[in-house]
Design a protein around this ligand. Structure first.
Ligand SMILES: C[S@@+](CC[C@H](N)C(=O)[O-])C[C@H]1O[C@@H](n2cnc3c(N)ncnc32)[C@H](O)[C@@H]1O
Length: 347
């Protein structure tokens, strides 16, 4: 493994100097995607072209219900997602972007005035901080101060992912949400590949093995998280393919709530109804890749899902019947997410 210092230097060089725009990426790892939903595409059309040109994300990790919220974007780069979020949180909300690479921050900062005016705000609701996502404390981000943490193709680049996840858990408010897209691997990436500057910069060398991700989340106390999107990454570069060999890489979007959950889905006979009231989701809401709640239709849910729908900012949009007073055994929550690999507690 590269030292923390060398990893950061290699990544700063890659994103600050080697890449001038997304056309310079060698693989599709940073640009697979989660097709962006239509309302977000309309916001995207309003963003400054330079911000979009230097977008290197691997998904669309923007959850609903953000108005008035404080959102933290880890590894905010040129600010594409931060500016989409700026529009979604509205004048009363706040967006904080954190990144360590000067060139990326310079692009983001250059266009604060442009977007403030474009969105009709009196003052900016977004700010970009230069620093490390492993140490949000140094940036003055207080415990339990953030409603939603997002990140787009960044956490794989961290030389100390355990610290990043514990910092995320520290700054999130109780019931707050982590919603991020990243590259994952179906096995541990061997050290020589993890050291390769191109594989590292292209978000492959540092990709977390899905089971190690589960262990990291368990270590911070998150025993159940959900996958909302998962797609195999086509490497599209013979040299990179040859180096990667049999390693399968996926781009996944993960949703996790700061809640006290169980390590397996347990059945308490609880039933959830979606009220159809989340803006942009009148007919159904997909909590994850195997929970589609249709408006008005009862759905038997496990204790963890009940808590996610009731004890978070989604709470006002669901009616959850029942409590945890009677236990009926392990909850049968259907086919495993992601085609057989285990991702968190929900099967
Ligand atoms: C793949 S780019 C993604 C940028 C942005 N999220 C987007 O979607 O365009 C990764 C970004 O994360 C930043 N980054 C990587 N590791 C970091 C760390 N440990 N602390 C802060 N920023 C980091 C890089 O500087 C770069 O701007």
């Amino acid at each position: 493994m590269l030292s923390e210092h060398l990893t950061r230097a290699a990544i700063q060089d890659y994103y600050g100097k080697v890449l001038a725009s997304k056309a310079d990426l060698k693989t599709s790892a940073c640009c697979t995607g989660d097709a962006m939903p239509e309302p977000l595409r309309a916001i995207l059309a309003e963003l400054h072209p330079e911000v979009k040109e230097r977008f290197y994300g691997c998904g669309s990790p923007i959850p609903p219900l953000l108005e008035g919220r404080t959102v933290l974007d880890l590894g905010s780069g040129s600010g594409r997602d931060a500016y989409i979020l700026s529009k979604l949180v509205g004048a009363q909300g706040r967006v904080i972007g954190v990144d360590m690479t000067e060139e990326q921050l310079a692009v983001a900062n250059r266009h604060i005035g442009y977007h403030t005016e474009k969105f009709g705000y009196q003052r900016p609701n977004v700010r970009f901080l230069q620093g490390y996502i492993e140490d949000l404390q140094s940036l003055g981000l207080a415990d339990a101060s953030v409603d939603v943490v997002v990140s787009n193709c960044v956490l794989n680049l961290s030389p100390d992912k355990g610290r990043v996840f514990s910092e995320i858990w520290r700054v999130l408010k109780p019931g707050g949400e982590l919603y991020f897209s990243d590259v994952f691997a179906d096995r541990r990436v061997p050290a020589p590949l993890a050291r390769d500057p191109v594989l590292l910069g292209e978000c492959l060398g540092g990709a977390l093995y899905v089971e190690d991700f589960r262990r990291l989340m368990a270590a911070i106390g998150c025993l159940d998280y959900r996958i909302t999107h998962s797609a195999r990454i086509a490497l599209n570069d013979p040299e990179v393919e040859a180096k990667a060999g049999m390693i399968g890489f996926r781009s996944m979007t993960v949703r996790a709530f700061k809640l006290d959950l169980e390590d397996r889905c347990e059945d308490y006979g609880q039933v959830a109804y979606y009220l159809g009231s989340i803006p942009g989701h009148p007919h159904a809401f997909a909590l994850d890749d195997h929970h589609l709640l249709k408006t008005g239709q009862p759905l038997l849910v496990c204790g963890n899902t009940a808590a996610m729908l009731r004890d978070t900012r989604y709470g006002g949009h669901f009616r959850v019947e029942g409590n945890m007073s009677t236990h009926y055994g392990l909850f049968d929550c259907g086919p495993p997410a992601g085609g057989g690999e285990s991702f968190g507690a929900c099967c």
